[in-house]
Design a protein around this ligand. Structure first.
Ligand code: 5GP
Ligand code: ZN
Length: 115
């Protein structure tokens, strides 16, 4: 738990969120400003600011994060058409929340990201 981290507060239930999946390692909830019909955030419960902060002991947990993405995508009916998993890392990507997270986007044919 890191003070002043919005996602840590969501994990701690200090800020409400529409949670769709939770286990010991991972939380999945709806993005507050969706950019596609389905827009979820998949986060590790451990506060890790960016990919550059990942440690060797985080590997199993990050595997769980990715598996949770597939589980929830299946539950949301995306097994046939699929989805996109993207993560922003620091300034050039536009990362706003410095608690590592994947965006799960789906529910329509997604345009590739413009350069
Ligand atoms: P980033 O640019 O850091 O990859 O994206 C952060 C995402 O978190 C954005 O898509 C934004 O809409 C979402 N977000 C920011 N604050 C909240 C919040 O309080 N609740 C939820 N559910 N999503 C949030
Ligand atoms: Zn955090």
């Amino acid at each position: 738990m890191v003070q002043d981290c919005i996602f840590c507060k969501i994990i701690n239930k200090e800020i409400p969120a529409e949670v769709l999946y939770e286990n010991d390692d991972v939380l999945v909830f709806k993005d507050i400003k969706p950019v596609s019909p389905i827009h979820l955030l998949i986060i590790p419960k451990k506060h890790i600011p960016t990919f550059f902060d990942l440690q060797p002991e985080d590997s199993r947990m990050m595997g769980e994060v990715q598996r949770a993405a597939a589980t929830v995508a299946r539950d949301m009916g995306l097994a046939q058409k699929g989805f996109r998993l993207v993560a922003n890392c620091m300034e050039d990507s536009g990362q706003v929340i410095f608690h590592l997270h994947y965006h799960l986007l789906g529910g329509k044919r997604l345009p590739w990201l413009a350069g």
